[in-house]
Design a protein around this ligand. Sequence first.
Ligand code: APR
Length: 226
Amino acid sequence: MKIVVLTGAGVSAESGIKTFRDSGGLWEGHDVMEVASPEGFARNPEVVLEFYNERRRQLLKVQPNAAHKSLAELEKYHEVTIITQNVDNLHEKAGSTNVIHLHGELMKVRCIEDENLILEWENDLNLGDLSKNNHQLRPHIVWFGEMVPMIEVAAEVVEKADAIIIVGTSMQVYPAAGLVQYAKDNIPIYFVDPKPSISETRNITVFAEKASTGVPKVVQILAQKE
Ligand code: APR
């Protein structure tokens, strides 16, 4: 089977990474347009760079949880593509080998003048850190108002899916939230979230629980299918 997994911040919550819209979420303490938009970066680059430096430092200290690990396990039984809105690298750390990052990656930076000039970057990124063609480096993150370059590739992957797992996303941010519309009719969809934003239907099964317990249950079901 071709299995597609759409993940959001909730899959990393139990690893200690804040979600965005839960109480105490990341957007409670920050103005999105100040720290996650091209305008914010132009207005006050140090504030934006420090926002991502804090998140990058934290990411170096956290580990994948049972949900990430069981999704990596699923690759033993089926062809799995993870399409994540998350910018952390916990799917890869858990062993998943086919991960599409719709909103970029915290551990990468890129040249502000050439978006194809991308570097792995684990340390703090500061003003004056320049690309090899002497332009300022910026976080390799899709900011609000910017295009999502991988969305067409992701939609084509969803169109071919035989089953879909959706984990830990409030389904509020487009185009990511619209991906499930590309799925073939009547393929099984499994939704794992303690506060699910969709309801059960004929082909949607909801696990109203945390990722670390719900995802292994879904993986066990799918591992037994041909
Ligand atoms: N297990 C599973 N789901 C969880 C858990 C958990 N332990 N804890 C919280 N959740 C769920 C919440 O119920 C919510 O539905 O995770 C979801 C998190 O929603 P958001 O905070 O909106 O995160 P997400 O959907 O990933 O946001 C999408 O918005 O701000 C942008 O670019 C940012 O990629 C992000 C996008």
